[in-house]
Design a protein around this ligand. Structure first.
Ligand code: CTP
Length: 401
């Protein structure tokens, strides 16, 4: 993903400096060479040794001394593919805006043509101060990639906007900036989570889908340039750049998916749809004193089959197959019956696979092609393999495995 990419990770003086360690580890895991640069302020919050240990080389702090070059102030920025500042304080943002170079990081920010990502973190009062708002607007206008902070707990127990964005999101955005943009201009809709079918005013028939695999596919598609709609039943924030449509029941999911599929180029049904729903949900709450209820069930529509029947030429339709037995035969049957271009099959009885796990192991099946097995991997890695396959289908290429 980031193999061969050189990223300068600038760390400035805020409580969130400790999260730079996690960001560095994730960037290195994704294949990047991470060059850590700390400001004097950052050293109040984070030990050099810690960051050095989880980056690709020792921390740089000094404008005047460098083990291999006499001119570190220009060298680091010239060689970089990306400069990422996390956390970025109000001070570094202001200095960068006016072009003030006083230390190694501010010099590096000026002596580069690489893209720059700024991840602000500060107290809400500071983040909302007109001078910071103005500086951020100017940087954005210049094409600097700003990763907006989250709302949440801040130093000292305060709560509000200004908390450093989640390291996972920061790294995803870095990958989005540097990774392949092979879905630029492509419209993708993904469903995620399990549907909830009402029994009465308070009870539902649900399933254990966490939605994580669908979210990972939406995030990966967006990072590769697609315009993504995520139709979701779960209460998780939308990945960066993704439009979220919240639904609950199979019926609501069905109409949201058809509305999107009318215009979109790629349709991915990762949601776990209830196969049965109560025929007549009670308006109020069923009372114990009325005895055991008899709940008559009816089948829900097979949304994916409906999308297959309405498929437009050139549209790519992807389904999932959750199986416990005869994985390949059952998945192949779903591929044919629902007119799919790709089915992502998983053995949900295997350890670490499927619902509620952060990992998954899947087999990708395309009509007339050998199955491709993806061994136990993170859901983001599985998402990458699914998107690679979708890109191949759109290009008309066969799997090379
Ligand atoms: N699916 C759907 N609508 C349903 C049931 C399933 O759109 N009412 C979709 C799922 O989103 C998934 C695919 O169909 O992409 C396969 O779902 P799965 O539960 O594995 O299979 P089913 O078709 O429901 O068949 P079975 O439960 O008998 O295995």
């Amino acid at each position: 993903m980031l193999t061969g990419k050189r990223i300068v990770l600038g760390v400035t003086g805020g409580i969130a400096a400790y999260k730079a360690v996690e960001i560095s580890r994730r960037l290195v895991d994704a294949g990047a060479h991470v060059v850590p640069v700390m400001t004097a302020g950052a050293e109040h919050f984070l030990g050099r040794t810690t960051l050095s240990a989880l980056a690709s080389e020792p921390v740089h702090t000094d404008l005047w001394q460098h083990p291999t070059t006499a001119i570190p102030h220009t060298k680091l920025g010239q060689e970089a593919d990306l400069i990422l500042v996390a956390p970025a304080t109000a001070r570094i943002i202001a200095a960068y805006r006016i072009g003030l170079s006083t230390d190694l990081l501010t010099n590096t920010l000026l002596a580069t043509r690489a893209p720059v990502m700024i991840c602000p973190a500060m107290h809400t009062e500071m983040w909302e101060h007109p001078s910071v708002v103005d500086n951020i607007a100017v940087l954005r206008d210049r094409g600097v990639h700003i990763v907006d902070p989250d709302e949440g707990r801040l130093a000292g127990g305060d709560v509000g906007a200004g908390r450093l964005a989640d390291p996972e999101r920061i790294v995803a955005e870095a990958i989005g900036l540097l990774g392949p943009r092979d879905l630029e201009g492509v419209r993708v809709v993904v469903s995620a989570g399990g549907t909830r079918e009402p029994i009465d005013a308070v009870r539902v028939i649900a399933n254990r889908s966490s939605g994580k695999q669908g979210y990972a596919i939406a995030a990966e598609a967006a990072a590769r340039g697609a315009e993504v709609t995520l139709v979701s039943t779960v209460d998780l924030p939308a990945p960066a750049g993704v439009r979220l449509v919240e639904v609950d029941t199979a019926a609501a999911l069905q109409s949201a998916m058809h509305a999107a599929a009318d215009t979109d180029d790629v349709v991915v049904m990762a949601a776990a749809v209830a196969d049965f729903r109560p025929v007549r949900p009670a308006d109020g709450k069923l009372k114990k004193r009325d005895g055991l209820p008899e709940i008559a069930l009816e089948p829900t529509p097979d949304i994916l089959a409906g999308l297959g029947a309405a498929k437009r030429p050139g549209q790519v339709l992807v389904g999932f197959a959750a199986e416990t037995d005869d994985l390949l035969a059952n998945a192949a049957a779903k591929l044919a019956a629902k007119h799919l271009d790709l089915v992502v099959a998983n053995d949900v009885s295997a350890p670490g696979v499927g619902f509620a796990h952060d990992t998954n192991a899947v087999t990708l099946l395309r009509p007339g092609a050998e199955p491709v097995e993806i061994d136990l991997a993170s859901k983001r890695d599985v998402a990458r393999a699914v998107i690679n396959s979708i890109v191949d289908i759109r290009r008309g290429t066969r799997p090379d495995h």
